[in-house]
Design a binder for this molecule. Structure first.
Ligand SMILES: [Zn+2]
Length: 338
């Protein structure tokens, strides 16, 4: 497995050093599976300031469709010809159809009765119950829609990450059409299998654990690491072993994943970052597809609240970051208690 870094050197005359010639380095990293590239920039990272989310939490509370007084009355129910339950419930979590679906099967799982939870305020049981609701729904989709194999559990946390509501919720998809991520990954996994004869994820985990630079921890059935070529400012990956379908998640595995997610979210919060995206990917019916999770923080850069997503990611498909995956890994390991 190759971890290829292409070091770029840029030369110019620096006005802050009397126009003396200077060199600046940047790094292009090639993803060992897909060949996609990400850039690691050598810029000073400014400490982010804590954002006060109280005003947005309060101003959205009164008309929130996901708060307990509203959720039963104004959210949709599943069509009984598709799945056997009208809504899925566990603990505080409730899963129902997405009124604004992206695909033939879109659902929302409200995580909590509480309207607003800060990024470092989630508990294992809250997340575990929500994951179980999603997994039960996804499991029930398949018998009547065997082609809806691209199954994922996704999280946009807060408006900066694309959420239109503050109330914490997951978005669940079961589709017959691969997203670009699924298409790229499944194609690359096939190519890797043909070229190397082994399972990419097993070899990645073994190699990363040996090298130690980006390996955070193994929590039991899940190995956690930072991505060599991150898809965002940083990119925490959880790779499952011994599970291949949503039906494998409820129980001990959901609890294990939830505890680790709580640790990752607390770490993100410790950097004064308040927002993130998460995806948990399955390909149902394909035991060779290793389910995995990716979590990327979402950042507005001071002092203007500048979006981290500029033309590079938007129009070149090239993630940029100033955070080295190896430094992030060390920092997560220091704070890790699962
Ligand atoms: Zn609410």
């Amino acid at each position: 497995m190759r971890f290829e870094k292409i070091i770029k050197t840029s030369h110019f005359l620096d006005p802050f050093q009397s126009y003396a010639p200077v060199e600046k380095l940047s790094e292009v990293r090639v993803d060992p599976l897909t060949g996609s590239t990400s850039r690691i920039l050598d810029f000073p990272v400014r400490q982010l300031e804590k954002t006060d989310l109280g005003p947005i939490a309060e101003s959205t509370r009164q008309f929130c469709p996901f708060c307990p007084s509203m959720v039963e009355q104004i959210t949709p129910k599943f069509d009984p010809s598709l799945v056997p339950r009208d809504r899925y419930r566990r603990g505080e979590a409730v899963c129902f159809p997405n009124a604004f679906p992206y695909d033939e099967n879109g659902a929302v799982t409200v995580i909590s009765r509480e309207h607003f939870i800060p990024i470092d305020g989630f508990t294992g049981p809250l997340i575990s119950d929500a994951l179980e609701c999603c997994a039960e729904y996804l499991t029930d989709v398949l018998p009547r829609q065997g082609e809806a194999v691209y199954q994922s559990i996704n999280w946009n946390f807060l408006p900066l990450a694309g959420s239109s509501l503050v109330h914490p919720h997951l978005q669940v998809m079961a589709s017959s059409t691969a997203t670009n991520y699924y298409a790229n990954i499944t194609r690359a996994l096939e190519t890797y299998g043909r070229a190397h004869g082994g399972n990419f994820w097993d070899e990645l985990i073994a190699g990363e654990e040996r090298a130690g630079e980006r390996f955070i921890a193994r929590t039991g059935a899940v190995s956690w690491l930072t991505a060599f070529a991150p898809m965002g400012a940083f990119d925490v990956i959880g790779v499952l072993s011994g599970a291949s379908r949503p039906a494998d998640i409820p129980g001990a595995l959901a609890d294990e994943i939830a505890r680790a997610l709580v640790a990752v979210l607390r770490f993100i919060g410790s950097l004064n970052i308040t927002s993130f995206n998460m995806a948990f990917y399955f390909v149902a019916g394909d035991a060779s597809f290793t389910p995995h999770i990716r979590i990327c923080p979402r950042i507005a850069l001071p002092p203007l609240g500048t979006s981290e997503i500029n033309y590079m990611k938007m129009l070149h498909g090239e993630p940029l970051t100033t955070m080295k995956p190896e430094d992030i890994c060390v920092a997560i390991r220091e704070s890790w208690s699962v």
